[in-house]
Write a protein that binds this ligand. Structure first.
Ligand SMILES: Nc1nc2c(ncn2[C@@H]2O[C@H](COP(=O)(O)OP(=O)(O)OP(=O)(O)O)[C@@H](O)[C@H]2O)c(=O)[nH]1
Ligand SMILES: C=C(OP(=O)(O)O)C(=O)O
Length: 210
């Protein structure tokens, strides 16, 4: 099958990222945020229906590493938060790959398996605008706009309810555990580890103090 999705993956400046993990990793928090982003991007790029991954970041260190794993880095976001950064990335994706569906994917999915993303995107292709709630069922890990559908993400806080109220279709929950398993807290990281972390995060975790 021809790849038909452009993914937009937002990566916050590393010094501000993953504040809820500060207690676990101390000064390694930024490295952990970047390792999880690299695993997310690498898994997404292995997905047969993903044509390109656009990472949106104004962090120079993150940009270098994210380029190395194969993403196209988009800089110059407005600086007004996550949804504005996603819209900025989606505009660049549409410029470079007109005709693709555009899908926002959080960068904190270190256990992501390409087959799960492939299945969700296949379903999203027939749904106009769609989304997948995170594992706790409050937030969102993926928001997709099929070709021709408007891209209007509403991430932040209780975004599952917001996306649902906007008329976006909630995708099936079955068989997509790694796609829903975002990592904000130490407990989330343990849950992701139980699913199987990607190589960047695994390598970093092995260096962290017990
Ligand atoms: N480019 C960009 N990415 C963002 C921004 N805010 C959040 N993100 C990204 O959006 C996704 C979800 O982010 P959050 O969970 O809200 O923030 P976080 O830094 O991951 O974690 P906390 O500090 O614990 O809130 C992650 O991939 C972040 O890197 C932003 O303003 N710009
Ligand atoms: C921004 C979101 O992610 P998180 O739960 O990681 O803050 C969200 O779920 O809308």
């Amino acid at each position: 099958m021809e790849p038909c999705w452009s993914l937009v993956v937002p990566v916050k400046r590393l010094t501000w990222a993953k504040s809820r993990l500060a207690g676990l990793t101390g000064p390694r928090r930024a490295e952990l945020a970047l390792a999880m982003a690299c695993d997310t991007v690498a898994a997404a790029l292995s997905c047969p229906n993903v044509a390109a991954v656009f990472t949106v970041t104004d962090d120079a260190d993150a940009a270098e590493a994210l380029r190395e794993v194969g993403s196209r880095v988009v800089t110059g976001e407005p600086g007004t938060g996550l949804n504005a950064a996603l819209v900025h990335g989606a505009a660049e994706a549409a410029r470079q790959r007109p005709g693709d569906g555009v899908c926002a994917l959080n960068a904190d999915l270190p256990a992501l398996r390409p087959g799960e993303l492939e299945r969700a995107l296949d379903e999203a292709g027939g749904a106009g605008r769609s989304f997948l709630p995170d594992a706790p069922g409050v937030g969102t890990t993926l928001y997709a706009a099929a070709p021709g559908a408007g891209f209007a993400p509403g991430f932040g806080g209780a975004s599952r309810r917001r996306h649902s109220a906007s008329g976006a279709v909630e995708l099936r929950h079955e068989g997509v555990d790694t796609l829903r398993r975002d990592v904000d807290t130490p407990a989330d990281l343990r849950a992701a580890a139980a699913l199987g972390l990607g190589p960047h995060t695994t390598k970093l975790m092995s260096r962290l103090d017990p």
